[in-house]
Design a protein around this ligand. Structure first.
Ligand code: ZN
Length: 304
């Protein structure tokens, strides 16, 4: 190797070494799969997304384990639901991580529910008897109109925390908005026959979905959000359904289906599993699949 070749080789090596640093992706830690999926839609290759929970875990009940704390330590942005969904674990996670960028009030701390009108907000805050929805219903991701609101807010936040790539985030946001608006119109039209359908919920997981599609919740299997139904409570629901029949009982993919299955066996109400978030069912492989599959499952149950 002569002098010039050696210099060229060294220069190439230097370029390779420098490349990852100059394109360092923004590290996003999403609390739930839907916000991880949204960050990927809006950030593409500009973001490196990691998700704290899977669709098969109850987001109310997560442990702030060391591997999660390590991810929070290096995150540039946390994207969560808020509305106290993560109250049992996120504050501990943020405190243990000791990362100033993602603390509450910082641009690196994003809570989707801050940008969405919450339903089931109690007039009096009461956490008695284990109510896990004391700050209003946190399951905002079950209405695609809320995903649109969260997308606008998260897109703006990405532009703020990674200003060097603001134009690219803005372009991706606009593209997502176009595709989402088209899909939303399609889902709304497909689901129109479901309007007014009486349903039972296992957990109050779908109030935003009902609000969007006009489904009527006539009973809930959990006596309070987060409290497992007793045999006596299930019997009282069954008795109430004799007067007000329901077409289906809905449960989220992460939940133990036994209370819903009990209602199927004892009151003849078919149980329907909904993905609830990205990854909850094989077809719910991204945000679009989440609502394609949710609407398809509801329509299939509605025809029975
Ligand atoms: Zn809940």
């Amino acid at each position: 190797m002569n002098h010039r070749q050696r210099f060229a080789a060294l220069a190439t090596l230097a370029l390779i070494a420098a490349a990852p640093a100059s394109h360092a992706a923004l590290k996003v830690l999403a609390c739930e799969p839907e916000w991880g999926a949204l960050a990927k839609e809006l950030g593409g290759d500009l973001v490196e997304v990691s998700v704290a929970t899977t669709a098969l875990q109850d987001p109310h009940q997560i442990q702030a384990r060391p591997s999660l704390i390590a991810r929070a330590r290096s995150a540039d942005l946390v994207a969560c639901t808020g509305a106290e969904l993560e109250v049992g674990w996120l504050p501990i996670l943020l405190q243990q991580a000791g990362n100033a960028k993602i603390q509450p009030g910082q641009p690196g701390n994003f809570a989707a529910a801050d940008f969405i009108r919450k339903l089931d907000v109690p007039t009096q805050v009461d956490r008695a008897q284990g109510d896990v929805h004391a700050a209003g219903n946190p399951h905002v991701q079950t209405d695609p109109r809320n995903i649109a609101l969260a997308a606008a807010a998260l897109g703006a936040r990405l532009q703020l925390v990674d200003a060097a790539h603001a134009a690219q985030y803005a372009a991706r946001q606009s593209d997502f908005h176009t595709r989402w608006t088209q899909a939303l119109a399609r889902w709304t039209q497909q689901a129109a026959p479901l309007r007014g359908t009486p349903v039972v919920s296992q957990h109050k997981a779908f109030v935003y979905l009902y609000d969007w599609l006009g489904l009527k919740e006539v009973a809930v299997l959990e006596p309070k959000p987060g409290v497992e139904p007793s045999a006596a409570h299930l019997q009282s629901v069954k008795a109430a359904l004799a007067a007000t029949p329901a077409k289906m009982v809905l449960y989220a993919a992460y939940q133990d289906a036994r209370p819903s299955d009990w209602l199927t066996a004892n009151a003849g109400v078919p149980a329907v599993k909904l993905p609830f978030t990205v990854g909850g069912t094989p077809a719910a492989n991204d945000l679009f699949g989440l609502f394609d599959d949710t609407v398809a499952r509801l329509l299939a149950a509605g025809k029975r």
